[in-house]
Ligand binder design. Sequence first.
Ligand SMILES: [Zn+2]
Length: 325
Amino acid sequence: METLLEHVYQIRLPLPFRLDHVNSYLIQDEHGWSVIDPGLDTPTTKNVWLRTLRHFNLQPSDIKRIFITHFHPDHYGFAGTMQRWTHAEVIASPRTFALAERYFSNEQAGRDFHYYRKCGMPEQLAEEVTVLDSQLLEQISPIEGNRVNLQEHETVMLGGKPFKIIVGGGHAAGSTGFWNEKERILIGGDMLLQKITPNITYSYEDDEEDNPLQQYFDTLNALQRRNIQTVLPGHGPVFHPDPGFIETVISHHEERLDHILGIVQDDGKDALSVYNICLRLFRKVFNTDSARFALGETAAHLRFLEKQKLLHLHESGGVYYVVAP
Ligand SMILES: [Zn+2]
């Protein structure tokens, strides 16, 4: 584990995925210790935490607060187990709690399958991907104890410093970052990552206004104005973004939008499904494991273009097809 700031330690927790780790932060406070993002609920996570507590000579009851940056399993999954173990309060945005409840339920598999089919994914592949999705439920432990809502603009003390709560979207609705204005430090979950762009996903089940890529652009623009010096991210090492960093992330998505528009303009008369476009974009990396991310990313970009009226989606036989306007 690495000491980053005084009283703030990065704990690297292994993950059984292609993205092979998630960062948790252990923070010493005047009145006890806090954890940001306890990890995925696996025996490995538990072993790392047991080792970490021993290293710091801590009892589980010394952990008083468990913060969650967003509801994704790699960040949230261990929260319930850690809470039962420490009796700490779990603190997150109201949206994070609500989404965790919705997605980590037995009804989600049916919604996932329906979504993959609407996108035009072949039935057998849609079944395989849905099974993979639902296996994740075994690595998520629900929160049963005390939960506390975190509101935007609220200030929390972490390691003796004030951090203002920033709530953003795109990668996960209700994503929370912790911002220290004086030292320009962001503990950002997956809002900003150094080497990978956070997956932006859309699932055709949210409200009419939902437009995750626009929400991510809004989040990035708000972060851009803060002149961030140090990011403590959810994956990868701590980094110091250069002034053009956020601009590069925005350009990456703009290039993808252009790429999609090109595909639709060239071949749109062939009634391309969301899945067809996804394969054109991600053919080299597409497999059962990556299908969910690739399709969600495609759908989010199509949604953005649809909202800009640069293309239309129409449904036929239960499948969405993309048409140039
Ligand atoms: Zn993550």
